[in-house]
Design a protein around this ligand. Structure first.
Ligand SMILES: [Zn+2]
Length: 268
């Protein structure tokens, strides 16, 4: 069910991993960000858009992970974008994304998986007919990851960051995963004054106070990793219910990475 979180900004949460699809109303159609995963979720969203008489004018993938690269024929043939680096990565890892999509989620439409176009490097705003949308590109979590700031609506579409259910998930293939993550959090901090609503890729929507709490919570998690300590974080604690089948494993491999890093630094 789509719900309005700010003027002209609607969010629909999927069953799969509490994924949030975001719809931003424009002058000649809507912007659809990270539509969702399962076929039934996507067709429900298409039904809702039909009922509201909304046509998709543009798609956007926040980052090149498979669950953010899915599309459904019913959204039509609008151009789909990501950052330049996001599109390059999506293309290079398409087979891998397809394998993951097939293995993890049942009934995922795969026909147009990852068919996004890269915006020219350094594009600051989405080229579309609608409210100004700033592209906040960073290197945390995945190459070419971008958050979108819907200016004058005060909505930050965070992609796989600032979640209340997922701990920071580092891109362990990057050269400096921890530094990249902190840099992205600094960027969110810098725009926080203009944000009333934060929409994470997975989890619940928050207000400004919650945004600041999440930035602090994610900083604390990363700070623990820097020290090679196991972060005391409820999202991977014993009472956590989200992502039980995979999140603790991701957390453990990050911890292992962090401990090796801390040892390396101590001995150098
Ligand atoms: Zn992701």
């Amino acid at each position: 069910m789509l719900r309005e979180v700010a003027e002209g900004v609607l969010v629909r949460q999927s069953r799969f991993c509490e994924s949030n699809a975001v719809v931003v109303m424009g002058d000649s159609g809507v912007l659809l960000v990270d539509p969702g995963v399962g076929d039934s979720d996507l067709t429900d969203l298409a039904d809702e858009l039909d009922r509201l008489n909304l046509r998709v004018a543009m798609g956007f993938s926040t980052h090149p992970h498979w669950d953010h690269l899915i599309w459904h024929a019913r959204f039509g043939s609008a151009p789909r974008y990501g950052t330049h680096r996001c599109a390059l990565t999506a293309e290079a890892r398409l087979t891998d994304a397809r394998t993951k999509a097939e293995r993890i989620a049942e009934q995922v439409p795969l026909d147009s998986l990852g068919l996004i176009e890269g915006l020219p490097e350094g594009t600051a705003r989405l080229p579309w007919d609608g409210p100004s949308v700033r592209i906040l590109e960073h290197r945390a979590h995945a190459p070419g990851h971008a958050a979108l700031l819907v200016e004058h609506r005060g909505v930050l579409i965070a992609g796989d960051m600032l979640s209340d259910v997922e701990v920071p998930l580092l891109d362990l293939h990057a050269e400096a995963p921890i530094e990249d993550y902190l840099e992205a959090l600094r960027m969110f901090d810098a725009v926080a004054d203009g944000v009333d609503v934060v929409v994470p890729g997975h989890g619940s929507i928050g207000n400004n106070e919650e945004l600041r709490r999440r930035i602090d919570q994610d900083r604390a998690y990363v700070a623990a990793l820097i020290d090679g300590r196991d972060p005391d974080d409820a999202r991977v604690g014993p009472s956590a219910t989200y992502g039980r089948d995979w999140l603790p494993a991701e957390h453990r491999s990050q911890l292992e990475y962090a401990r090796e890093r801390a040892d390396r630094i101590r001995s150098s």
